[in-house]
Design a protein around this ligand. Structure first.
Ligand SMILES: Cc1ncc(COP(=O)(O)O)c(C=O)c1O
Length: 401
């Protein structure tokens, strides 16, 4: 991967506007995505799927082409299986509520889920009386397949797991999970917010039933997500929102649902976001997801290697960089994570995240008040990593216990 050439495509990198290490929250966007969005607003700012005039037809075609690009990017054949959402959370809620689980049905998650794949199940436990079980992670936060197997039984109707963790960076062996879950007759939905941006994801090979992701973590526009589902699964699900665009025909007393994906896309859409999604997917495809995964791993190795001997710094999650994807969460004795984040920004212009990263149960369970987190992507280079690690080392030595 030609990192220098990639870096030239990103305006905030080109302009030297600080070192961005918060890509697990939201990625930067390249010129190509910004230009696609501007092109929509300047040249065909109409509505797709409704009007038949020329500008609207151009939008409808662009929407179809984005779905086709997604289907090919994720190794599947049917573009209609990709539903546009406003983020990963909306997709996860649509899946959780749409599966029609009721009293006596059980969902299995892990003990390290993001709130977006945790709170919807708590709500369903309260409102519909569903049961919940979660598999316990190992001490480093690694997924434990034995614990997962112990959760499974004939009452389990759905398994909902993250693919990559946003705190520890650990990856769940989704293919194995799917095999076990399907043997028990359970549907598998996956929170792909942290995996889809950073590794090749072949949804056909994984054989997952539902997979949700955040396009704004994948170089795409803010407020864009995608929910994938197998055709028969989507066709059996109820939408979360209904209204314009979601019905075939309604009368004063009845309606019939539109075919997928329209059934799940109520109201007028974020067309600028959809064309920006296409540009983001094209960009990632051109660079290659294998290359991006390799580069993230090289950066993580350097980051953790640089900080290995800082005695009062403690990673949250594995010590081994090859098991952490692209996120490095850590604490420094005597310092609050928000103070660490503010200090690295103020002293060195390095932007990282701090807090509980929407993984509250995981932190509370381990008696931690949170952590600082640096996360990388394809536009980071060694100079970014070294600026971060120099700043952290200095803070740990001067201000830490
Ligand atoms: C693992 C994980 N799941 C879900 C989400 C929620 O994504 P979104 O903000 O797109 O709803 C995030 C966001 O950081 C995440 O890291």
């Amino acid at each position: 991967m030609d990192v220098e050439s990639v870096r030239r495509d990103f305006p905030t990198v080109r302009k030297g506007m600080g070192v961005y290490l918060d890509s697990a929250c939201q990625s930067l966007r390249p010129d190509q995505v910004i230009e696609a969005i501007n092109d929509y607003y300047e040249n065909y700012p109409a509505c797709g799927g409704r009007s038949v005039h020329s500008m609207a037809t151009r939008v409808s075609l662009a929407v179809d082409e984005t779905r086709e690009a997604l289907a090919s990017f994720f190794g599947t054949d049917d573009p209609d299986c990709y539903v546009f959402t406003k983020n990963c959370t909306e997709g996860l809620n649509t899946c959780a509520h749409g599966l029609g689980l009721s009293r006596g049905d059980v969902v299995v998650t892990t003990d390290a889920e993001h709130n977006s794949n945790h709170v919807p199940w708590l709500v369903l436990q309260e409102s519909r009386g569903i049961g919940r079980r979660y598999s316990r992670s190992g001490p480093d936060g690694e997924f434990d397949i034995e614990s997962f197997k112990e959760c499974m039984g004939r009452d389990v109707k759905a398994v909902s797991v993250q693919h990559c963790n946003n705190v520890t960076g650990c990856t769940v062996p989704v293919r194995d999970v799917v095999e076990i879950a399907h043997d028990h007759g359970a549907i598998v939905m996956v929170d792909g917010a942290q995996s889809a941006p950073h590794m090749p994801v072949d949804l056909k090979k994984l054989d997952v039933d539902l997979y949700c992701m955040s396009i704004h973590k994948m170089l795409g526009p803010t407020g864009m997500g995608v929910m994938y589902g197998k055709r028969e699964v989507l066709e059996s699900m109820d939408p979360l929102l209904v209204g314009g665009g979601t019905v075939g025909l309604s009368t004063y007393d009845s309606y019939n649902p539109a075919p997928i994906p329209d059934r799940f896309e109520a109201g007028l859409h974020n067309y600028a976001g959809i064309v920006g999604t296409r540009a983001a997917i094209d960009y990632l495809s051109r660079v290659g997801m294998d290359e991006i995964e390799k580069w993230d791993s090289i950066l993580m190795k350097r980051m953790m290697g640089n900080l290995e001997d800082v005695r009062n710094l403690h990673p949250v999650g594995p010590d081994d960089p090859s098991r952490r994807g692209s996120v490095f969460s850590f604490n420094i004795d005597g310092l609050n994570p928000h103070d660490i984040a503010m200090m690295v920004d103020n002293t060195s212009g390095v932007m990282i995240r701090s807090g509980m990263h929407c993984a509250h149960p995981f932190y509370v369970d381990r008696g931690l008040e949170g952590s600082a987190r640096a996360s990388t992507y394809l536009y980071n280079d060694f100079s970014d990593i070294d600026a971060f690690t120099d700043a952290v080392r200095h803070i740990a030595e001067v201000f830490g216990d």
